[in-house]
Design a protein around this ligand. Structure first.
Ligand SMILES: *Cc1c(COP(=O)(O)O)cnc(C)c1O
Length: 360
């Protein structure tokens, strides 16, 4: 029996995708081979790769002057790779810290340049909102501005795109990429690990404006140099072939769900249902400002910490797993990415009500 898996990542994948992958495991389309066993330079995998890139471009309406790169190294890898590229000529960058992930990015970037904190949303060490862009201390001569558009641990999501003028905007979109449409043209670079909302761990997606290629610091490893990767269609070295194949199946599944607009409507429905249940009484709380509550990662607390263990145990007995909050913030966290069906959120909300009746 499949559970409702609320893991923040690696996370649940759409069941039809897993079924198709299982059916094709030993023999992909009559090739007599599984995808994992194929040469990345053979015609079969080249077709799989090209289709995945084309589908992703279509889903996100990626403009022609952007390159889509399939890389490795994850979100944390990009925390180093981005500054190694964009600070090659100008060492200054601005960071907006709205949670644990942008804070990590800010710290890592300090190894590579002269990094300013343009805004810090922390209040008593907690993140519950996004300072208005008009209050950010932006340096007009910076090489870029970094934001994390969905803070996976704190549950803070951007529902606006800051205007940084001529300074390229860089977004760590690891945990909500493809959960809704995004105006790619407003960003210089968007990156994300696949394992939250797209596919298996091991694949990192980078969408980068062409004029930002080719500025890398001399010490940037060749295998991570965007221009080199772009010139070789992400096959300078062996790409994460199986992860790209699964991501391609997820892209097809997304297209069949009505694309990103269709997906967004479902995600709004799921998130609204859960936040309404949290806000209904004082038994559960989420203190993120209502205008930036994440639709993907919903942290919440029980009014009495001693109830955490029995809440989690009862959830597990009802087929709902991975609801424990991140160790740094405690409480609960329900990650409700694209692949989480409405029925999963309905089951969670029913359990929350039942538990409250017994313990409230
Ligand atoms: C998970 C996550 C990361 C880290 O990704 P890795 O692939 O583990 O390096 C970075 N940023 C955000 C927003 C994340 O959710």
């Amino acid at each position: 029996m499949r559970v409702f898996n609320f893991s923040a990542g690696p996370a649940a994948l759409p069941e039809p995708v897993l079924r198709q992958a299982a059916a094709e495991m030993l023999d992909w389309h009559g090739s007599g081979m599984g995808v994992m066993e194929m040469s990345h330079r053979g015609p079969e995998f080249i077709a799989i790769h090209a289709e995945a890139v084309a589908l992703l471009r279509e889903l996100l309406a990626v403009p022609a002057n952007y390159r889509v790169l399939f890389m490795q190294g994850g979100g944390l890898g990009e925390n180093a790779i981005v500054p190694l590229h964009l600070l090659g000529r100008n060492p200054r960058a601005d960071f907006v810290v709205t949670g644990a992930w942008s804070k990590k990015s800010f710290r890592e970037a300090q190894r590579y340049g002269s990094i300013s904190l343009a805004a810090d949303a922390a209040v008593d060490g907690r993140y519950r909102g996004i300072p208005p862009a008009s209050a950010w201390k932006l340096d007009r001569a910076a090489a870029y501005v970094h934001i994390c558009t969905n803070e996976t641990i704190d549950g803070v999501e951007y529902f606006f795109t800051p205007d940084t003028g001529a300074v390229p905007l860089v977004a760590d979109a690891s945990s909500h990429l493809l959960s809704r449409p995004m105006d790619v043209s407003k960003y210089g670079l968007i990156f994300g690990g696949a394992q939250k909302n797209i596919g298996p761990a091991g694949l990192t997606i980078v969408i980068v404006r062409e004029d930002l290629l080719g500025q890398a610091h001399a010490l940037c490893p060749s295998a991570f140099e965007y221009r080199t990767v772009a010139e070789h269609e992400s096959m300078y070295n062996t790409p994460p072939t199986y992860a790209i194949y699964i991501a391609g199946l997820v892209f097809k599944w997304l297209a069949a769900q009505g694309g990103l607009a269709g997906m967004e409507a479902r995600n709004i429905e799921k998130a609204d249902l859960l936040y309404r249940a949290i806000d209904a009484t004082g038994f559960y709380t989420n203190s993120v400002a209502p205008d930036c509550r994440s639709r993907m990662n919903v942290p919440f607390y029980l009014h009495d910490e001693r109830l955490n263990a029995p809440f989690l145990k009862g959830a597990e007995e009802r087929g709902m797993v991975q609801l424990k909050g991140h160790r740094s913030v405690g409480g609960m966290r329900a990650s409700i990415y694209n692949a989480m069906p409405l029925a999963g959120v309905q089951a969670l909300v029913a359990w929350m009500r039942e538990f409250e009746k017994a313990h409230g």
